[in-house]
Design a protein around this ligand. Structure first.
Ligand code: T46
Length: 142
């Protein structure tokens, strides 16, 4: 698999009349060591999250409830992924700008990431991001 660009990863879904179950495991399903998890919830409909890139951090985003959009940029192109299935994750490697918006009522965004929290890993200025993207180009599969 080519994990150099953002992509949807299908997660295992155990069908069960009692309710379905999905799991992740590093090594076979998630292409990085999971060092941290956080989740975003109670997002007002008009709000936007994200608005940054990362130097090192890889990430898997899952809509474990509801739906939202993840808008990803490689410095030139943008691509929007709609997440609304708890058995799919959006993998984002380092070096891509992302914003999250269009949260439905009750949406919960689970994020599994490869690094501990480190503010120095963030690029929060879009012009700086585009400058770095020119030096180290990464490409969206658009
Ligand atoms: C990302 C998107 C999808 C911590 O103290 N520890 C943490 O692990 C995280 C993620 C955040 N924080 C603190 C830092 C800020 O004071 O929580 C506050 C809000 O963080 P931020 O403004 O970065 O939140 P988002 O939703 O804009 O971005 C987050 C992640 O930071 C980011 O890596 O990709 O979710």
């Amino acid at each position: 698999m080519d994990y150099s660009h953002p992509q949807i990863i299908s997660l295992p879904k155990i069908h069960d009349p009692r309710g379905n179950l999905t799991f992740v495991e590093e090594g076979s399903i998630v292409p990085f060591e999971i060092r941290r998890a956080y989740w975003i919830y109670d997002v007002p409909a008009a709000e936007e999250r994200g608005g940054h890139s990362h130097h090192e951090m890889s990430q898997l985003l899952v809509a474990v409830g509801g739906s939202f959009n993840v808008n990803v940029c490689d410095g030139i192109h943008w691509r929007t992924f709609t997440l609304n299935r708890p058995f799919e994750g959006l993998f984002i490697p380092p070096g891509f700008w992302r914003t999250l918006d269009n949260f439905s009522s009750g949406a919960v965004c689970l994020s599994l990431v490869s690094t501990h929290y480190e503010e120095a890993d963030y690029i929060r200025d879009f012009e700086e991001f585009k400058r770095l993207a020119m030096i180290h180009p990464r490409y969206l599969d658009v």
